[in-house]
Design a protein around this ligand. Structure first.
Ligand code: CTP
Length: 449
């Protein structure tokens, strides 16, 4: 009951901008506004010029109780209502909204979003918002299948925009195929899910390691690996946008870290170990996504090695940072490792989980091409001592959110199964469980949340 009241109260504070672009499905945006309001969300509507040809702004004004934004060049009354006396309304609207959902999203609006064209209110607001963005495409099947549309969608997915896939069926143009906008309930659920994540990491300090390390051989050569750092940077970005303070300890990488996170740049495994150990006490969650070199040359040549026949390098193991972090963790700290495997993925992953003592290991299969190391997508298994959650192939930014969801779920109490039998009436039931009378001779299970 208390949880339900909290959820309702929380939702009442959450705000959504519904962007409507110019397609025949624009009329369905009215149903979406209603569905979002039923979830307790406050809704504004932003319409493109094309959308206004299909539906009157008045419809949405009546539904929401707010003036509908239809142009960058509004009358001053609308600007003041949305942005206050000195406001710039596309910036104010972008800051107001906890999520932006565009429904329907035409091929044109997807192309503009993908390429940063900002020539009306909706496209300008898209660039200005840092909140989750969702798009519900609706168009003719050939337009949907066109390489340009698919390429634009891929760009948007990579940037973390959630694409609510259209359904296959009869289209307004009379053709049959993919392109029919998803059901209103599906879109509303997706918005609610995106907002639900909101700032669920507020108050957490997340330390992420990313990229590969380099172990010097001589002044110009090193032993390294192909890790790009994309997964670790995606985790840092996702954690920051969910309200965490992020410390990113990064091996050499050409990627741009999220703007507000603290970046500690390191090169070798030894430097990464020192940086992690120095900062680990601040962190409530430690995610070791880095591909740390397992060996370093015993001696680093002061001069560039000359070519003179076969060369044997003597290597010594590097420090196992993850194992060290686990051994000196403080209570309540969650520690997550990664495992890149090329064979016996699950067996090796499980053995690594137990050996290292982490709370969970994200196991990747890096034997194939196209996913994992260097790629933009990844598939993984989130492995704990008693669960194995499959995370299918998806862009690393989305996978980062799924991994963070599972990490947060580790904090929730797990159901406890209590076995009851005839001479153990009531069993050993934990707090909060309902006591049940057990018929003589029966054996029952009680699941305690
Ligand atoms: N790791 C670490 N320090 C090392 C090596 C690895 O902290 N010297 C961490 C990685 O960041 C990752 C996890 O340990 O989170 C597993 O890394 P991986 O290279 O898959 O495992 P290894 O322990 O090196 O075992 P192996 O190479 O034998 O599979």
């Amino acid at each position: 009951m208390a949880a339900a009241i909290f959820l309702l109260f929380y939702n009442l504070l959450m705000r959504v901008s519904v962007g409507v672009s110019g397609g025949i499905a624009a009329y369905k945006a009215a149903e979406l506004v209603r569905a979002l309001q039923r979830l307790g969300l406050e809704v504004h509507v932003v319409m493109t010029a094309g959308a206004c040809r299909f539906v009157q702004p008045l419809t949405f004004a009546a539904l929401t109780g707010y003036k509908v934004i239809t142009s960058l060049w509004q009358d001053p009354e609308v600007t003041e209502a949305v942005a206050g006396p000195n406001g710039i309304d596309h910036i104010a609207e972008a800051q107001w909204a906890d999520a932006l959902v565009v429904s329907p999203a035409t091929a044109n609006i997807l192309a503009k979003f993908a390429h940063g064209i900002a020539d009306d209110f909706l496209t300008t607001m898209y660039l200005a918002t840092t909140s989750p963005v969702l798009v519900a495409p609706a168009m003719n099947v050939n337009m949907w299948n066109h390489a340009a549309t698919q390429a634009n969608l891929e760009i948007l997915r990579q940037r973390g925009v959630q694409v609510i896939e259209p359904e296959t069926g009869e289209l307004a143009c009379g053709m049959v195929g993919a392109g029919r906008m998803a059901e209103t309930a599906t879109i509303a659920d997706a918005v609610f899910g995106a907002i639900g994540r909101g700032h669920d990491l507020a108050g957490e300090v997340v330390l992420v390691t990313a990229g590969g390390t380099r172990e010097a051989v001589d002044p110009v050569r090193f032993l390294g690996n192909r890790s790009s750092g994309k997964m670790g940077y995606a985790l840092a970005t996702a954690a920051q946008s969910r309200g965490a303070k992020v410390i990113l300890v990064s091996g050499p990488s050409g990627l741009h870290p999220p703007s507000q996170c603290e970046v500690v740049k390191v090169i070798s495994a030894g430097e990464m170990r020192d940086a992690v150990v120095a900062r680990m006490n601040e962190a409530s969650i430690i995610i070791k996504a880095a591909a740390v070199a397992d060996y370093r040359p015993v001696a680093v040549s002061a001069q560039k090695l000359k070519r003179s026949g076969p060369l044997t390098l003597e290597l010594a193991p590097t420090e196992d940072i993850l194992a060290e972090v686990v051994s000196c963790r403080r209570p309540g700290q969650l520690i997550i490792g990664f495992a890149a495997e090329t064979e016996n993925r699950m067996e090796n992953g499980r053995a690594k989980l137990l050996r290292k003592g982490a709370d969970a290991i994200v196991v990747n299969d890096v034997s194939g091409s196209g996913v994992g190391i260097e790629a933009d997508t990844n598939a993984a298994t989130f492995l704990t001592r008693d669960t194995a959650i499959e995370l299918p192939e998806m862009p690393k930014r989305q996978l980062a959110d799924r991994i963070l969801d599972e990490i947060l779920a580790l904090r929730r109490p797990r159901p406890v199964v209590v076995e009851l039998d005839d001479h153990e009436e009531g069993g050993a039931i934990h707090d909060g469980a309902q006591k049940e009378s057990v018929p003589s001779g029966a054996r029952r299970q009680l699941i305690v949340e």
